[in-house]
Design a binder for this molecule. Sequence first.
Ligand code: SF4
Ligand code: SF4
Length: 351
Amino acid sequence: MCPDDLTTQLKAEAQRLGFDLTGATSAVEPPRIGAFQQWLADGFAGQMEYIPGRAAAYKHPKHVLEGTRSLLMLAMAYRTEDPAEPAAGQGQIARYAWGTDYHDLIRKRLHTLADFHRELTPGAAVRGVVDTAPLLEREFAELAGLGWVGKNTLLLNRQLGSWFLLAALLTSETLVYDEPLTTGYCGTCRACIDACPTGAIVEPYRLDSRKCISYLTIELREPIPPELRESIGPRIFGCDLCQDACPFNHHPLPTAEPVFQPRPNSNPIGLAELLRLDDAAFRQRFRRSPLLRAKRRGLLCQAAYALGNRPDRNSLLALIEGLRDSDPAVQEACAWALERYDSEESQAMLI
Ligand code: SF4
Ligand code: SF4
């Protein structure tokens, strides 16, 4: 099959499978691999050791699939309804995590797309990836014309904003390649930088993950350092502030995918009830949810920090009970939160 027909058919099938954006690019060394290596050298990946541990593999997609010639880059929109402001005693969750974990859905669709490809071109080497492969997905998506990398380091598209997830189909076949945008559209805007409460966007296009609330609440495998706890505010899993601030995100197309529709009580989320979840109840409540990644310890600690940041009298008892939690990190987080309450009852419990 000629590259033209193959590309057309793959894109049509990807769209049928629910991918909102498709674009093809060739397998090359990512143009900004030097900036990525500097980002690693500066320690900006923090404890995400799986990134520097595979640093060499990021240099070329052939390390993800031997013989890769082309990448079909794919985006799936996930924007649903507007976020509700958390009331007293409630925490906030990043928008992508309101529904069911998207990895299974996208993986299944990538498998279907890969099978479709193999039927068209028997013998082709094909692999679909989402998130976990050593591939600079944003950079290849930019090369494939899906959008541009904004100052908040996310990929932006004029129709979808940045409310979408990226995936890639790597193939040994030649495709017809799309043109990247000749320019980004951030211009003089710096709304994302100004909106970030922790200064994690240390300069345009450079993010220090160690300061980023998304990293602190999802990736960090130890309690958030005390000096950074206040900055997370009510956010207990991820952060959307630099996306909410972006003008390209104000009127994007909504998703039709049921998987992204908010689960009941997924955002805002009641914090006292989180603090009362034991291991089994935690696993049951967040089965097939992205929040499982934070683990019980992380989510409960963050629930306590959020209550410390916005004291709520109705949650006081849950914090006091948390002082006797089976996990010392949760105990410490509850004590930290209670120090921010001025009630005699909470202070008495700390003596
Ligand atoms: S996700 Fe939040 S903390 Fe991270 S860069 Fe954006 S605004 Fe800052
Ligand atoms: S907020 Fe402004 S500077 Fe930041 S990514 Fe959006 S358009 Fe670019």
